[in-house]
Design a binder for this molecule. Structure first.
Ligand code: ADP
Length: 154
């Protein structure tokens, strides 16, 4: 059988309800989705690498079609390693669109990988990991901005 595997790369620092919605809406399109948590040694992260990974793994513990991996370096190399022929990404704004178009063009050019973009749901259009981090640092409750059942320690 021809397996359609998509890799969903991101920082996911933390994983928001917007990210979760992209995974849920893409599940009918693919046999498997690999959520790939990017590790950037130069960028200071809010949640430690292992916590980011574990929290997303717990969220999808009962969804065998979602796998969660960590990677550093090129997304196309992580895609090759997990057999993904598609890159899944989400778009909220024109700014996102322009950024995603550049990435998609590069990834197609260097590895022949196609990118599948899903528009955000209108209700999640203003949600980002950075907004969630900001609210947490100001002591606000962010439960509504995170997927149900997704928990982490800070
Ligand atoms: P990156 O640092 O690679 O942009 P992010 O974790 O910020 O990683 O985002 C991963 C992907 O999820 C990106 O394609 C981004 O546009 C998308 N995304 C982020 N927030 C949302 C949202 N609220 N709705 C839809 N897509 C989103």
């Amino acid at each position: 059988m021809n397996q359609h595997i998509a890799i969903f790369p991101g920082s996911f620092d933390p994983f928001t309800i917007g990210h979760h919605s992209i995974v849920e809406r893409a599940l009918p399109l693919f046999n498997k989705i690999v959520v790939a948590v990017g590790m950037n040694s130069k960028k200071h992260s809010f949640l430690p690498e292992i916590d980011r990974l574990d929290a997303i793994r717990r969220l999808y513990a009962n969804e065998p079609r979602v796998e969660v991996i960590a990677y550093s370096g090129l997304t196309v190399e992580a895609a090759e390693q997990c057999g993904a022929r598609y890159i899944l990404r989400g778009v909220r704004t024109v700014k996102d669109f322009e950024y995603e178009k550049t990435l998609a063009d590069i990834n197609r050019k260097i590895a022949g990988l196609e990118t599948v973009l899903l528009y955000t749901l209108p209700e999640y259009g203003s949600i980002s990991s950075s907004i969630v981090r900001e609210l947490i640092s100001l002591g606000r409750d962010v439960t509504d901005l995170l997927p149900p059942g997704y928990t982490f320690e800070i």
